[in-house]
Ligand binder design. Structure first.
Ligand code: MG
Length: 374
């Protein structure tokens, strides 16, 4: 293993776990975190949760699980190349979407509306809640008892009010400090992964067309390169060869620009990283190209009528389920009734619904509302 930079997170400079545990025998602390995440129930549920296209619409579209694996793969390569802790980057990436509801952002928005006046719902905070409290796997503690820096990386953003409530982990949002470079990498690896796989899935579904994508310079430039190099290439192979080059260009840009910023800031320790401006980032030119791609996807994919139909349906499923459980908590499974007694019926219901896969939420909806099914 290449030597880590002095400002990388490692077992020695980490702020450790909330509950002290013996050191792992044959792994680093962050490998242990990664393994705990992979073994968690919430992680397995990602397989049946929507990224953009609902899970049952087609077998080849990204799910939250394959998205998370793509983010981890990009984050690990970037971290290793910059002599940072790739085990930490992998752990954060695999956990970053654990808190997502069924039906992607549509589900989270619907649940957040239901939770107005009861503390709201935000998938990023829910990811932290899962690893800190909701997973039931260990005798000695609730949650996964992850290392501070893994939890810090999972919590990407946080309102000042919420930051005040969550203690140590919230402090950086109030004091304007940055998380580790490994966490910063995961944010951008997430962006690289979804911008590119959404182009791929959008084309595969027929919602996006190659003609439309010609207006995106990042796509058009690499497609032209592919056509020049392989004059007879066509169909899926041309799309894949183009997207592969787009990812490579974004990762290469990110590596060069981040290395440049690190040299300029010359951090000597993890504390220097926390107090420096963001050191992981794209060049201004690539940032603008990414922005154009993102706006394009928002307009042509995320707001396409077929995607919006799914959004509308997801909203109804989640509102109906939430309403039914809050009106009569005896309809909740017993473990959630106990959680309602300990917290509130709304929070227990939100935890239950957020944990559902797409198809489980539809099944629950049928069980509660379809007169033909019991
Ligand atoms: Mg993500």
């Amino acid at each position: 293993m290449p030597e880590l930079a002095p400002y990388a997170v490692d077992d020695g400079n980490s702020r450790g776990r909330a509950h002290a545990e013996p050191r792992p025998k044959a792994r680093s602390e962050f490998q242990r975190d990664r393994d705990r995440i992979v073994h968690s129930t919430a992680f397995r549920r990602l397989e049946y949760k929507t990224q953009v296209f609902v899970n049952h619409e087609g077998d080849l579209f990204r799910t939250r699980l394959t998205h998370s694996i793509e983010v981890a793969q990009i984050a690990r390569s970037v971290a290793r190349s910059l002599q940072l802790n790739d085990d930490l980057a992998e752990a954060i990436a695999l956990a970053h979407d654990l808190g997502h509801t069924p039906f992607g952002h549509a589900g989270q928005d619907a649940l957040n509306e239901c939770m107005q006046g009861h503390g709201g719902f935000e998938h990023n905070l829910q990811s932290l809640r899962i690893v800190d409290r909701l997973e039931e796997r260990y005798g000695a503690f609730d949650g996964l008892n992850l290392m501070f820096e893994t939890r810090e990386g999972i919590l990407k953003h946080c309102s000042p009010a919420r930051a005040r409530e969550i203690g140590d982990l919230g402090r950086r949002f109030l004091e304007g400090r940055r998380p580790s470079l490994e966490a910063q990498i995961c944010n951008l690896a997430d962006e690289i992964a979804y911008n590119n796989h959404d182009v791929d899935d959008g084309l595969r579904s027929g919602v996006l067309t190659l003609e439309q994508l010609q207006e995106i310079t990042l796509f058009a430039r690499h497609a032209a390169e592919v056509d020049a190099e392989f004059p007879h290439i066509a169909g899926r192979r041309r799309v894949h060869e183009t997207i592969r080059r787009m990812i490579d260009a974004q990762v290469t840009d990110l590596l060069a620009e981040s290395a440049r910023r690190i040299v300029a800031a010359a951090p000597a320790s993890l504390a220097d990283v926390n107090n420096a401006p963001e050191l992981i980032g794209f060049t201004e030119a690539m940032k603008q190209e990414n922005h154009a791609l993102k706006s394009f996807l928002r307009e042509h994919l995320y707001r396409h009528f077929e995607v919006l139909r799914m959004t509308a349906k997801a909203r109804r499923v989640i509102q109906d389920l939430f309403g039914a459980f809050v009106a009569d908590q005896r309809l909740l499974p017993p473990q959630y009734q106990a959680m309602a007694a300990a917290a509130s019926i709304q929070r227990a219901t939100a935890d239950y619904i957020a944990g559902m896969t797409d198809r489980y939420s539809m099944k629950e909806h049928r069980r509660l509302f379809a007169v033909s099914e019991f």
